[in-house]
Write a protein that binds this ligand. Sequence first.
Ligand SMILES: [Zn+2]
Length: 226
Amino acid sequence: LSDETSLKNLEYAARILFLNGHSDTYNGQISYRHDEDLFWIRRTLIGLEETTEKDFLLIDHQGNIVKGAGRIPGEWDMHKEIYSQRKDIQCIIHTHPFHSIIFGATELELKPISHEVIPVLSTKRLDPPFNGKSLSDTLSSTHTLFLKNHGIIAVGKSIPEAVCYAISLEQACKMQLFIESTNLPFSWSNEREAKIKEKLLYNETTINHMWNYWCRRIKTINGKGE
Ligand SMILES: [Zn+2]
């Protein structure tokens, strides 16, 4: 992707996340690998919903700004560590969403009550301190993490993929916390059905369809139609 397209997609990603429960004053990062040595990261002190492409800083692995202006988030080095150790990861989201934080603080296991849970079933909990090695090691078997009593991490091979996982995780936690709190008995998909759903609903094509829909939704909300 060209820098122009990447930055436009990063702006969309911020606004899409905000619409889907990832709101937490001005914290929360979205980063995107530029190349071996550099990555884009959302500056801090600005809400996800007001983020534009100008709010992304191109930084190196020593924390120097190569392009853009603004304050680098304090948690930038988690991104650096993951990019250094996992060459296949192109996009990292770290936010502090309400339901995911609550769910992460419990010992509940995610159950596939609905299809939203399917892509995040393997989410792991990580205890603090959240250093680069433990993050990268745990991410070898999942693309989503609960950072206990703190927030979440979602990673992907693309911006749409990481956004899809981050949204699914918050939705899954919200859904399960709700049903668990009713004390009603409930059912969930078995492993075979969950595997079929994953293949059908969460492949590259369907994730791109979802992404295009989310972008249209942002345009509609902004009054730009299309
Ligand atoms: Zn954080």
